[in-house]
Ligand binder design. Structure first.
Ligand SMILES: [Zn+2]
Length: 209
């Protein structure tokens, strides 16, 4: 799942503010601009490694993981790096073309987590509609209804049992990533009007590529 844009806007504002104080910190803005360009280059490189809308892998159902081996741990590590570089808060294995039930997510400051064979075992009846973006559907943001609180069970990449009681934001991210493992995208979960709008955004891009 893509991170919220609002954070970026705040960041831009900070930069403008700092430019006004350029005399006091002559070298800082230049260094920051260089770092920002590098971060942006990394983001684009990461996105180029993530399957984009139209790719059939995004519509396939991932298989249960049976072997908790080095191969799986390497995949989880690689996905975690990609998620960070793409500036996302979650990434599912199907998004890198691997049909295994595994996703990584980091909805808050608590370290990134990799969840294998995830299952929602409890779900609040209460739901909430909020905008979601997706690293595989660039430029699209649509309202999606999700349960506000879920309990997730699964395993870590070493095969140890996990049970997570999640807050509303983490619950949203996890439901989004679990959908990916079943070939379901946010455009399937939104209303007709937003779906039409999203498809209009995605189509011209597919032609240009
Ligand atoms: Zn997504």
């Amino acid at each position: 799942m893509a991170a919220d844009d609002e954070h970026d806007h705040d960041h831009d504002h900070d930069h403008e503010h700092e430019h006004a104080e350029e005399d006091a910190h002559a070298h800082e803005p230049e260094e920051e601009a260089r770092q920002r360009a590098e971060t942006e280059a990394r983001r684009r490189l990461a996105l180029a490694q993530i399957r984009q809308y139209g790719d059939p892998a995004l519509r396939l159902i991932a298989h249960e993981v049976e072997d908790f081996d080095d191969d799986l741990r390497r995949l989880a590590d690689r996905m975690t790096v990609l998620m960070h570089e793409a500036q996302g808060v979650g990434l599912a294995a199907t998004q890198v073309g691997v049909l295994r039930r595994l996703f990584v997510f980091q909805p808050d400051e608590d370290g990134p987590r990799a969840i294998v064979n995830p299952v929602i075992v409890e779900r609040d009846e209460e739901t909430e509609i909020d905008d979601e973006g997706c690293l595989s559907l660039q430029g699209v943001k649509v309202p999606v209804e999700r349960s506000t609180r879920i309990v997730l069970e699964g395993k870590d990449p070493n095969g140890e049992d996990l049970r997570l009681e999640l807050d509303p934001y983490a619950s949203r991210v996890v439901q989004h990533e679990l959908d990916h493992l079943d070939g379901v995208l946010i455009i399937d979960r939104t209303d007709d009007e937003h779906r039409k709008e999203a498809l209009a955004t995605l189509r011209p891009r597919a032609v240009l590529r």
